[in-house]
Design a protein around this ligand. Structure first.
Ligand SMILES: Cc1cc2nc3c(=O)[nH]c(=O)nc-3n(C[C@H](O)[C@H](O)[C@H](O)COP(=O)(O)OP(=O)(O)OC[C@H]3O[C@@H](n4cnc5c(N)ncnc54)[C@H](O)[C@@H]3O)c2cc1C
Length: 375
């Protein structure tokens, strides 16, 4: 059955798809978004909502760092236009768990400053003045003042409302199983019928329902735990903690709770919570904040970060047709959302991408030879 589609159809209502749909709707394009589950039901609402360029980019990921900074700068405007998304410009801390970790955290401070980011080093005593519940064992850490965090569920809700208000349509429980080129348009095959489109944006994160993409997406599992917190001053900003052997963990304040995260595991699409995963999360958090011991656990969950072989985002346009793939937002899709939303729409409607997104159109990124293990 052929169903009336739209000029612009977006497949997948996660961070990328909702951001693009809103920007298209704001420009009067009345987009149609087809979502396999419900909006935000993929990685988006599994995420911690941290907006932290300084601590997320690896040393060799300068283009990604620039894109994250450019996107972060857009958030105050997005937050004022969308309404309450739980956006707080709190800054972010990164602390060394043991004395032997201090040089690693200090090395990052040098790197971040060399990139023009305002990051300060604080010894243990100075840190504890700002984070009173931090363990006296913590030797020191850094603070990036311009960063922040938000509540992904609120961001999802506000985007859905804004898309509807601006004339867009979202259809939940409408998985796209195939995108077929037919003459000068596309047919999107779903169990509810075939939707017609002139331009298609495939923003599936880890694709469901067997939809094939021209590159591989690796699901990178993250396990997360929420613990009760009724006192906002207990943890005024997200804190990432680093240990040379155990890796990273983080605690992110939210309204009424703290998110403790997160594992980074390549286990295919197995959604299990594991004893080892939870143990890793909880023992790092407890080492940094011993007072957490009596906290009530509210819930725990897993999500899949969509990673490409290179671990970089991919913005790929089919060479023969207006078919766009936006994927590989991996650990930073919430942070990258404003830049992706505005930038991709500018690319499609005006033919030029913001310079910060250009590195991610390279066809080299489609190659498996760019394969990197997760980090
Ligand atoms: C545990 C965890 C913690 C994270 N923490 C942070 C953080 O603190 N800060 C940050 O910036 N980022 C974070 N992220 C990453 C962020 O959530 C992702 O980068 C982002 O959600 C990816 O956006 P996306 O739109 O590509 O994919 P998703 O958000 O997964 O959305 C894709 C959507 O497409 C739908 N879909 C899939 N296949 C089909 C199909 N065939 N037809 C129709 N719809 C389909 C899915 O149901 C889904 O709703 C975290 C992720 C995880 C898992």
């Amino acid at each position: 059955m052929l169903v009336r589609g739209a000029e612009f159809v977006i497949v997948g209502g996660g961070a990328a798809g909702l951001g693009i749909a809103w920007q298209l709707a704001l420009r009067g394009k009345k987009p149609l978004l087809l979502e396999a589950q419900t909006p935000g039901g993929g990685a988006m609402t599994a995420s911690g909502g941290m907006l932290s360029p300084a601590y997320e980019a690896e040393y060799e990921e300068l283009p990604l760092l620039r894109a994250m900074v450019a996107s972060l700068h857009r958030y105050p405007k997005w937050a004022s236009e969308l309404g309450d998304i739980g956006f707080v410009e709190s800054g972010t801390y990164e602390i060394a768990l043991l004395p032997e970790d201090v040089p690693y955290v200090q090395r990052r401070v040098e790197f971040e400053r060399a990139q023009g980011l305002a990051v300060e080093w604080l010894d243990g005593a100075a840190l504890r003045k700002r984070l009173p519940h931090l363990s006296p064992r913590i030797p020191g850490g850094s603070y990036a003042a311009h960063e922040g965090h938000l509540i992904p569920e609120l961001l999802r809700d506000r985007l859905v409302e804004a898309i509807h208000k601006a004339g867009g349509t979202i259809l939940s429980h409408t998985p796209v199983k195939a995108v077929e080129k037919v003459g000068s348009s596309f047919h999107l095959h779903t169990p509810k019928g075939i939707y017609e489109a002139e331009q298609v944006f495939v923003c599936t994160g880890v694709p469901l329902e067997g939809l094939e993409l021209p590159f591989r997406v690796y699901p990178v599992r993250g396990q997360m735990v929420a613990v009760e917190n009724l006192d906002p001053s207990w943890l005024p900003a997200p804190v990432r903690y680093f240990n040379r052997l155990a890796g990273y963990g983080y605690a992110i304040p939210k309204r009424g709770y703290i998110i403790l995260g997160g594992t980074v595991e390549e286990k295919g699409t197995d959604p299990s919570l594991t004893l080892g995963g939870l143990l890793d999360i909880l023992r790092r958090a407890y080492y940094a904040f011993p007072d957490l011991y009596e906290r009530r656990i509210l819930r725990f969950w897993t999500g899949f970060r969509p990673a490409t072989a290179s671990r970089q985002p991919i913005l790929h346009k089919d060479p023969t047709a207006p078919l766009y793939y936006v994927n590989g937002l991996y650990r930073n899709g919430i942070l990258l959302l404003p830049l992706i939303g505005e930038g991709v729409v500018q690319w499609v409607l005006e033919g030029k991408l913001p310079p910060e997104l250009e590195p991610f159109t390279s066809s080299d990124l489609l190659q498996e030879k760019a394969l990197r293990p997760h980090s």
